[in-house]
Every structure is written in structure tokens, then in C-alpha cells.
Design a protein around this ligand. Structure first.
Ligand SMILES: *Cc1c(COP(=O)(O)O)cnc(C)c1O
Length: 370
């Protein structure tokens, strides 16, 4: 079975093997050296002033950001499951919430954000997804963040980049916390949450809030290459291996380029066989198709072609399917995926199979990489 869900993504064999080594104790010079290497790679990946790793799924980093940065009132963007989650976290901690709601295919706009800030001058924190994975939607985060900082540099900007970090370069000039998680573009098992921090964020955090998710106590430890609580040693060993694999395959810049080109080819191939792209601004992390036969296609992909893609949630359940485009993906595997989708459409009597999807996919790759 080919795993093509936009998280979890398949873990490369070399990484699984690296993680199969006997357990290391986390309070040892050996592990501190491993931690230091991971920390330095992460700071470079985020392009930010500092970084923190937490044992927890991506949501732990979302919650840590809110409790440590938001002192009173937060503005969040809800254009899907993950944006909605920021709002729920804000409320769970008894903070005030202003939420901008959008249909799941519609990106947030600078105007709406500025208007909300005008109406609520006491907002101190803004939170948004770079890619809202519920609909594969790319928000114009960099543009929104720049407008917020131009208006009021004291407002902290949290960007959930769980399906954007290591997918595409992100301009972090106006971002205070950038979040990622292990099981998406970083191709690891779930369980490691990571945050990039600006100096302004570190200043705002001060002594920190919360206990397990107190970013001040974590940062103090992590700057000494250790952790406040038991580190996710196995995942951090895996993370170093991932960075090594990416380097061996040509480096992060090439990964970004390959991801962008493959995204373009994938969308072109799907459109060429009559499918409709759901988001108005598609993210590079995945392709999201809205289709009356979404569930039939997904079922055929799984049972007949051994391809596992994700469906939709809530009101989009049964209406969309999502194909992963994150990580080091073999071209032949993606060719099989687009071919299987065309075959499934033929099975459903929607078109006569002609190999159009693989043709357009390969053609676009060749043109782009020429
Ligand atoms: C996967 C994901 C998360 C985190 O989910 P966890 O299940 O807690 O790892 C958060 N935001 C986005 C955009 C995601 O895709």
C-alpha cells in the first residue's frame, strides 16, 4: 500500500533503521551532542532566532504558542479544522477570542485581519495556518503578518506551518512563532512538536506560562542542549537522519524546488482528467479534489490500486480527497498515484482511460525541470 495521506507520511527506511538502535539515556553527553545537531538544523530550517522541540503531537506546539504568547485576547483564522483548533485552545485557556471564519477553500485576507484589529485594539496575538490542511489551502501568511506588524509590532504572530515547513520557503520576517510537527513534511513518526521563535517572541514569553508547555523553562534547558522533561530521543535521532537524507538528496533548496514542480504537475494532471481543485489558493503540501464521487474514488484507490489518500472532515466528509505532496517522494510513485486516479475514473464510467494523467504529469515535470 502506498501511503499518500498528507500526514502521516511514510518514514524512509534509513530513518526507521536509525531509530531502531538501542535506547540512549537522555541525560548523557552522547544524547546532548545529538540534540545539539538537531537543534542547529531546526534553527536553520525555520530561519528563526531560536527553536524548541517538545515531545507531543503538533497540537502541543499550537497550545504552547497560545499560552505563552497570548496574555488576553487572540485573533484566529478558522478556514478549517486546524484553524478552528486555535480558537478552541484560546477558549480552553480562558482567553478572549476573535475568530475570522472562512469557507474551507477561501484564504484569509489582509483587509479582514486589519478590520478585526481596528475593532479590537486589545488583541495581542494572531494565529493562522500557513497551509490549512483541512482543505489544502494556502493562506497569504507572509502578507498578513507584514500588515499586522506595520500596524502594531507588539502583536505576536503565530504561524502553524505543520504542512508548510520543509515544503516551501517561508518568509519569517514578521512571524514570531513558526510551528511544525514530525509526521508531515519531516517524514517521521508522530510525536515531536517543533517551534521556531523570534527574539520578540522570547521577550514576550518572559518567564513563560503553563507547566509542561512552559516555553521559557524549555528554552533555558534546550539552549544547553537538554530538555526540561524526558526528550523524545528516538524521534530526535530520526530527525537528524532526515536532515542527513535531505542533504544527501541535494539539500533543502532542491527539495523545495522538487516539491513545487511536483505540485504543479500533480494539479495539472488531475485537472487534465476533468477533476476540480478544491482550494482557491492551493498549498504545495497536497492536492485537494472536490468531487461527487470522492468516496468511490478513494475506495477504489485503496482496494484496487493500493493507494491510500485522505478524505475530508466535517461538512467535507465524503466530498473531497487529499493527496500528499510532502517529503522526498519518488516520481514513479506519484506517477502511479495519478494513473490510479485516472483508472478509478474509468472504472466509474467517468472517462475512457487514455494515460492522460501520467502524460500531463511527466510533461509538466520535464518542462519545469528543463
Ligand atoms: C497535522 C496538523 C496539525 C497537528 O495535528 P496533530 O495531530 O496534533 O499532530 C496542526 N495543524 C496542521 C495544519 C496540520 O496539518
Amino acid at each position: 500500500m502506498l501511503l499518500f495521506t498528507p500526514g502521516p507520511t511514510p518514514v524512509p527506511e534509513a530513518v526507521r533503521l536509525a531509530m531502531a538502535e538501542p535506547t540512549l539515556h537522555h541525560r548523557t553527553p552522547e544524547f546532548e551532542a545529538i540534540f545539539k545537531e538537531a537543534r542547529e538544523s531546526l534553527i536553520k530550517l525555520f530561519g528563526m532566532d531560536d527553536a524548541i522541540m517538545i515531545a507531543g503531537s503538533g497540537t502541543a506546539a499550537m497550545e504552547a504558542s497560545i499560552i505563552n504568547l497570548c496574555k488576553g485576547k487572540a485573533l484566529t483564522v478558522n478556514a478549517g479544522k486546524f484553524g478552528e483548533r486555535f480558537g478552541k485552545i484560546v477558549k480552553a485557556h480562558g482567553k478572549e477570542l476573535v475568530e475570522l471564519k472562512y469557507e474551507w477553500n477561501t484564504p484569509a485576507s489582509v483587509e479582514d485581519v486589519l478590520k478585526a484589529l481596528d475593532e479590537h485594539s486589545d488583541i495581542d496575538t494572531f494565529a493562522i495556518q500557513v497551509c490549512e490542511s483541512a482543505g489544502g489551502l494556502r493562506h497569504p501568511v507572509e502578507e498578513i503578518a507584514a500588515a499586522i506588524k506595520a500596524k502594531n509590532p507588539n502583536i505576536m504572530v503565530i504561524a502553524d506551518g505543520i504542512t508548510a515547513v520543509a515544503v516551501e520557503p517561508i518568509d519569517v520576517s514578521n512571524i514570531d512563532i513558526l510551528i511544525t510537527g514530525s509526521q508531515k513534511a519531516l517524514m517521521l513518526p508522530p510525536g515531536l512538536a517543533m517551534l521556531g521563535l523570534s527574539f520578540a517572541a522570547i521577550e514576550r514569553i518572559g518567564k513563560g506560562s503553563g507547566y509542561y508547555l512552559n516555553l521559557a523553562s524549555e528554552l533555558a534547558k534546550q539552549r544547553k542542549n537538554t530538555t526540561a522533561y524526558t526528550a523524545a530521543t528516538t524521534l530526535i535521532i530520526g530527525l537528524n537522519k532526515i536532515f542527513e537524507l535531505i542533504e544527501k538528496s541535494g539539500g533543502m533548496e532542491l527539495l523545495y524546488r522538487r516539491t513545487a514542480v511536483r505540485s504543479k504537475a500533480l494539479l495539472a494532471a488531475l485537472q487534465a482528467i476533468g477533476l476540480e481543485i478544491y482550494p482557491k489558493a492551493p498549498a504545495k503540501a497536497m492536492a485537494t479534489i472536490i468531487d461527487p464521487n470522492a468516496e468511490d474514488i478513494r475506495k477504489l484507490l485503496k482496494t484496487k490500486y493500493s493507494v491510500n489518500v485522505a478524505g475530508g472532515q466535517d461538512h467535507l466528509k465524503g466530498k473531497i480527497f487529499r493527496i500528499n505532496n510532502m517529503g522526498l517522494i519518488e516520481t514513479n510513485e506519484m506517477l502511479w498515484v495519478v494513473d490510479s486516479i485516472e483508472s478509478a475514473l474509468a472504472d466509474l464510467g467517468r472517462r475512457v482511460y487514455s494515460g492522460e494523467a501520467t502524460k500531463i504529469f511527466s510533461q509538466t515535470l520535464r518542462e519545469e525541470l528543463a
